[in-house]
Design a protein around this ligand. Structure first.
Ligand SMILES: C[S@@+](CC[C@H](N)C(=O)[O-])C[C@H]1O[C@@H](n2cnc3c(N)ncnc32)[C@H](O)[C@@H]1O
Length: 214
């Protein structure tokens, strides 16, 4: 595929997601609340545990499901590519009396300096990012050498039957929910020259809790 073909494909995917996530912005808290509930509060808390130094960044903040876990002793930044999601998150932060720098921004083009963040967190976003490798390379760039990335993601599980089912459902899922079921997230972390320190599977490996450094 030529460079212009792949850029066009990425732009179309991004437009489709923007439409889906803008439509979802008003009810998104409920839907992800269900997802976070299935996995338990513990994982949300672990994303933000042991932050000794700031600043920190959440990518794909959406409607702010993780805001209650934000530490108050470091500067917090949060980005999402969907403006309606950022609006929702901003209101929620006001209700929680939190100070957060919210910006509409694509994770593949982070407008932050090199080596800036001591913690970068994300939950359930990379299933929606077409170019995971570009996103991880960009997160690596802005991560402090002593910093950590913590993620909760759903990936393509390794079981033969379930992976076949996920592959079959992938197009439907993408068109209705704006995300892929067939993510090779861990391979892409390695390809971006990141070290996976912790990889805990949940639900037969469909969900993964990951701690990563450069
Ligand atoms: C499934 S939701 C994640 C929700 C949230 N992190 C949570 O756990 O409730 C995916 C979010 O990622 C955002 N997103 C998708 N592609 C993105 C990108 N390239 N850069 C930044 N945000 C992106 C979407 O706008 C959406 O709000």
């Amino acid at each position: 595929m030529s460079h212009s073909d792949s850029t066009a494909k990425q732009n179309t995917a991004q437009q489709r997601q923007q439409i889906i996530y803008t439509k979802w912005a008003n009810r998104y808290d409920w839907e992800t609340a269900a997802l976070h509930l299935i996995l338990g509060k513990k994982f949300g808390q672990r994303l933000f545990a042991q932050i000794d130094e700031g600043p920190m960044l959440e990518v794909g903040v959406a409607a702010g499901a993780n805001l209650p876990y934000y530490p108050s002793h470091v500067a917090a930044h949060a980005v999402d590519v969907t403006p309606a999601m950022i609006e929702r998150a901003r209101h929620k932060a006001t209700r929680l009396d939190l100070r957060v720098d919210f910006q509409v921004m694509d994770v593949t083009e982070l407008a932050f300096p090199n080596n800036f963040f001591h913690r970068i967190v994300a939950s359930f976003i990379f299933c929606a990012v077409e170019d995971q490798l570009a996103a991880f390379a960009e997160m690596r760039r802005v991560l402090h050498p002593d910093g950590q990335i913590r993620l909760i993601e759903h990936v393509l599980p390794s079981g033969r039957l379930i992976s076949r089912l996920f592959a079959r459902l992938d197009n439907f899922w993408l068109n209705h929910f704006g995300c892929h079921l067939t993510c090779h997230t861990i391979d892409h972390l390695h390809a971006a020259n990141l070290q996976v320190l912790v990889d805990e599977p949940r639900w037969g490996g469909v969900f993964r809790y990951l701690e990563v450094r450069k």
